[in-house]
Design a protein around this ligand. Structure first.
Ligand code: ADP
Length: 151
């Protein structure tokens, strides 16, 4: 018997759950696609957030459902409006790495009031390649696994 309280055990478990254990596949689009095509992608891929990349596949922006809704209630023609006009752009993007603790990424989701964070890998050219994503759903899965001691 270790003499540890259940709170201490939970803390220990949390320090063993990493982004790489729970990340899912990112959905990325090119910065030149239209808002119309981005909306179609949200439905086809069944995601809430799209990550926007340049021609070298480096992260340049984030598009949320509300970004797309906001553009849709404007007067612009959605099929000729590129997403890079409306997206949240670098350097204002909250990112994480595959070896980060999941609990720290959960804190960022709360603190920044966002739904999704791209998992990135820094390139030799100081850019960021998108290799995954953490959403509130991934955090919920980890939460349930903790209850099942399914670690
Ligand atoms: P929604 O607006 O659909 O509820 P979010 O809460 O995730 O979705 O997004 C809120 C705002 O924050 C949007 O303008 C979006 O572009 C931006 N955003 C979303 N994720 C990130 C992120 N990882 N880093 C920076 N900004 C983000």
């Amino acid at each position: 018997y270790t003499g540890k309280s259940s709170a201490q055990l939970l803390t220990e478990s949390l320090k063993n759950i990493f982004v790489k254990d729970y990340q899912s596949m990112p959905v990325v689009v090119n910065e030149n696609i239209s808002v119309y095509d981005a909306i179609v992608t949200v439905f086809l891929e069944d995601v809430g957030t799209l990550f926007v990349v340049d021609e070298n596949l480096l992260l340049v922006g984030v598009l949320s459902r509300k970004d797309l809704l906001r553009a849709s209630i404007g007067k612009q023609e959605l099929s000729s409006l590129p997403v890079n006009i409306i997206m949240t752009r670098m350097p204002n993007i909250t990112m994480c790495k595959k070896d980060d603790l999941l609990i720290d990424v959960a804190k960022k989701l709360i603190e920044k009031q966002i739904d999704s964070i791209p998992v990135v890998k820094e390139t030799t050219t100081n850019g960021y390649e998108v290799i995954g994503r953490i959403t509130k759903t991934n955090i919920t899965k980890a939460f349930v696994a903790l209850a099942d001691e399914d670690l």
